[in-house]
Design a protein around this ligand. Structure first.
Ligand code: SUG
Length: 431
């Protein structure tokens, strides 16, 4: 008898160049913290501590290694020449902003790595994977190519995994991955209803996820038309700083946990969700209880809604969601009310939060059956022992202080490459 399909959360291992360069338009935290000093070591350890917390709940946990940064291939492609230090120095002198893009550790937010459709839902019975093109921002668009290669390494079996290319044509098909996608199902193993959420430019901020991209991914993945919904994100949420739908909404199995102002047409959207997924329980925060500003500030909905082995659900939230009074009160009501959510876990991921990335941004959800899990490169599933090895690696290679001006320092580049080489060696040894 085979195991039913289970969800695996693949977190981004936060890279050694995590910094606050203020690169993300429409992301209030990134703008507010631009120029601040970051702590890459704490960032990575906070991420690993969150992974351990999920593992301790009995939920499968994987990880995705960080790309090599700075991206010298990119800097060479735009005309900087010489040896590595020469390329770095030339870029630092000519355009420090460009250098910051090449250095970004933004691949840590693996909710943006790809959109995934479990094999249960696809026409050909394979798991479908579309790496996001992340066309809206230079630093993020640089991730797409290497992310595709990394996902091929983790999911190498072409008979079970269909990896598409990132969507072409830049912002016209701007795609930000699973951060704008949710799946409802009675159980993870059962048939799913896919929610594709797209945006249109607000008065203040541009939309990142385009309708054409959501439609293309739904088509590529072979999700049946009656099992997919295209929903428009509200402009109010976008302009309040919900640059991805997962800042105000999360779906898990039969629960949709969201803010009242998530969709442009709330009643129409929730009606369509109920019609497509009659089993759904909607847990919604009214704007009178939690303002959009509180929701975005506390990242209340950027939580991981996890099914525990006993079938109940836990919310893994950022510490900020506990500190915000409106968010805390709403969470207490959620626990008291009749719904599957009966546990709250608060984690400190402040280094990531200061760049606008909460717990839900840091993980890519992949529903896998036992044969697909067996076909996955086993090194990318975490155990307590592997987490401890990664923590030792972080402590050996990461700085605890990184100011934007440090990006011009060739020593940082050398350290970052050495860290990545050491990670490769660790993965190829006795991991
Ligand atoms: O794309 N921040 C990321 C945060 C992504 C959060 N992901 C989800 N919501 N799923 C972004 O805005 C900041 C980088 C900087 O400013 O240096 C940044 O890219």
């Amino acid at each position: 008898m085979s195991d039913p399909a289970r969800e695996v959360n693949f977190d981004g291992l936060i890279g050694p160049t995590h910094n606050y360069a203020g690169l993300a338009i429409g992301n209030v935290a990134s703008a507010d913290n631009a120029g601040e000093v970051s702590n890459p070591r704490d960032a990575a350890l906070q991420g690993l501590s969150k992974m351990r917390a999920v593992l301790d709940l009995g939920v499968l946990q994987g990880f995705i290694p960080p790309p090599r940064r700075p991206d010298l291939r990119f800097l060479r492609a735009v005309g900087f020449t010489g040896d590595d230090a020469g390329v770095l120095g030339a870029a630092a002198r000519a355009d420090p902003g460009l250098l910051a893009n090449a250095y970004s550790a933004s691949a840590m937010w693996t909710a943006n790595a790809a959109t995934i459709a479990p094999s249960r839902d696809t026409a050909d019975g394979r798991v479908h994977i579309t790496p996001a093109n992340l066309a809206a921002h230079l630093h993020r668009a640089l991730e797409a190519c290497e992310t595709a290669a990394t996902l091929d390494m983790i999911f190498p079996d072409k008979d079970r995994f269909a990896r598409h290319d990132p969507l072409p044509a830049g912002v016209h098909f701007g795609d930000e991955g699973a951060a704008n996608h949710g799946r409802l199902a009675e159980r993870h193993a059962g048939p799913g209803v896919h929610l594709f959420v797209y945006g249109e430019d607000g008065a203040r901020f541009p939309a990142r996820q385009r309708r054409a991209a959501s439609e293309a991914v739904a088509r590529l993945h072979g999700v049946a038309p009656e099992r997919r919904l295209l929903l428009k994100q509200s402009r109010a949420a976008l302009d309040a700083g919900a640059f991805h739908n997962d800042v105000v909404c999360v779906a898990n199995e039969n629960v949709l946990f969201l803010h009242e102002q998530t969709f442009e047409d709330r009643d129409g959207a929730l009606g369509a969700v109920r019609a497509a997924a009659p089993f759904v329980t909607i847990v919604e925060a009214g704007a009178d209880a939690v303002s959009l500003q509180d929701a975005v500030g506390a990242y209340l909905f950027n939580s991981q809604l996890l099914t525990l082995p006993d079938g109940s659900m836990a919310l893994l939230l950022p510490r900020e969601a506990e500190e915000n009074a409106a968010s805390r009160a709403f969470l207490q009501r959620t626990l008291d009310d009749d719904n599957p959510i009966d546990r709250l876990i608060f984690k400190d991921v402040r280094e990531s939060m200061r760049n606008g990335g909460g717990p839900a941004c840091l993980r890519l959800r992949v529903v896998l059956n036992d044969a697909e899990r067996a076909a996955t490169d086993q090194r990318f599933f975490l155990t307590p022992d592997r987490i401890a090895k990664l923590e030792t690696w972080v402590r050996a290679h990461y700085r605890d202080r990184l100011a934007p001006a440090d990006l011009a320092d060739p020593a940082l580049m050398r350290e970052s490459f050495a860290a990545r080489d050491a990670l490769d060696a660790l993965l190829n040894e006795d991991f």
